[in-house]
Write a protein that binds this ligand. Structure first.
Ligand SMILES: C[S@@+](CC[C@H](N)C(=O)[O-])C[C@H]1O[C@@H](n2cnc3c(N)ncnc32)[C@H](O)[C@@H]1O
Length: 313
């Protein structure tokens, strides 16, 4: 069945991977006749604004752009093109993805090519997935998300790619056979870009059957229940690749979820055998901006990023 239709029906069901945080944020979610309602908690979905507002946005973003490193300009341009096509504002949420990808590519450039199979756990509006594909940083991107958010991710991917390219290069897989079929498809071909394999969070174990090169999780594990976080670490460690998976993890050091569950970065199931390349507070993830003074405000707690080769299980 067509991916968006399948997900819009599946989105009516309760999602087993959803924490109390996501039960709360998805409570007003709706999708009717091609329109979304209640898109809360996974990034700014503001429609593209007029030129004066865009210039103001750029002014606010100046201090974040100063944090960028080698190769940022081309990613920045791609992200601007993608959001323009999607009729979305180039918000701080999108800029964070471009800053992150240029940062990781600067540190481990050899990992990012069309020979790589990347994974994004918990994207928003498919911003990182689109950027990975557009920058040819991966040949396949495995995109895992809760069903409702995955529907939104694929919707915006479709707007960016157009119907024909979307149908050609995006597969929703729900079992091992479909995954194997999708992985066999060549990267180039009709689109010349990479392929996207979408997986519902409830089917996350399929990740262990992907020969992953790298995986990214940006402000997403902080909102999952600890047993779900552990399950993702198990999947990545068991990835069907001979080499360890490079994992970029950027999350709040500590966060309280609505039902009282606490998630702590230091409690994630890291191993002493993981080879850590970077471990520090993420410079572009300490503050955000608003239109009201004092304009720049801290997030509710420090956000740490760690880049590590995960020990294989
Ligand atoms: C705050 S948003 C972050 C979005 C984006 N990564 C960013 O940097 O702005 C958290 C994301 O995690 C996703 N998420 C929550 N629980 C998940 C789960 N069990 N598996 C996969 N993704 C999940 C949400 O649907 C959402 O897309």
């Amino acid at each position: 069945m067509e991916a968006l239709k399948y997900l819009s029906e599946a989105a009516q069901q309760a999602d087993p991977g959803s924490s109390s945080h996501w039960d709360k944020y998805h409570s007003s979610f709706g999708f009717k006749e091609g329109r979304f309602e209640g898109l809360v908690g996974f990034g700014q979905s503001r429609s593209r604004r007029s030129l004066p507002f865009r210039l103001l946005e750029q002014l606010f973003q100046k201090k974040f752009r100063k944090m960028s490193g080698v190769g940022f300009e081309s990613l920045d341009k791609l992200a601007a093109d993608i959001t323009k096509k999607q009729n979305l504002t180039y918000s701080l949420d999108v800029l964070r993805q471009a800053l992150t990808l240029s940062f990781i590519r600067e540190h481990v450039p050899d990992v990012f090519s069309q020979d790589s199979i990347g994974c994004v756990i918990g994207d928003g509006f498919a911003s990182m997935t689109s950027l990975l594909i557009a920058s040819r940083s991966a040949g396949h991107v495995v995109l895992v998300n809760l069903t409702k958010t995955l529907l939104v991710d694929l919707w915006y991917l479709k707007i960016w790619l157009g119907d024909e390219r979307f149908n050609e290069s995006v597969d929703l897989v729900t079992n091992a056979e479909e995954l194997a079929e999708s992985l066999k498809k060549p990267v180039t071909g009709f689109t010349g870009l990479g392929r996207v394999i979408a997986i519902q969070a409830k089917d996350h174990e399929l990740l262990s059957q992907c020969p992953l090169t790298f995986a990214l999780n940006i402000v997403s594990m902080q909102e999952m229940d600890p047993h779900i976080i552990s399950a993702y670490f198990d999947d990545l460690r068991a990835s069907n690749s001979s080499e360890p998976v490079l994992f970029y993890c950027c999350n709040r050091e500590e966060k309280y979820l609505p039902d009282g569950t606490v998630t702590r970065f230091s409690d994630y199931p890291w191993s002493s055998e993981d080879m850590i390349l970077i471990d520090e507070l993420c410079p572009w993830h300490q503050q955000y901006y608003t239109s009201k003074p004092p304009f720049f405000r801290p997030y509710d707690g420090p956000i740490r990023h760690r880049l590590a080769w995960l020990e294989k299980s």
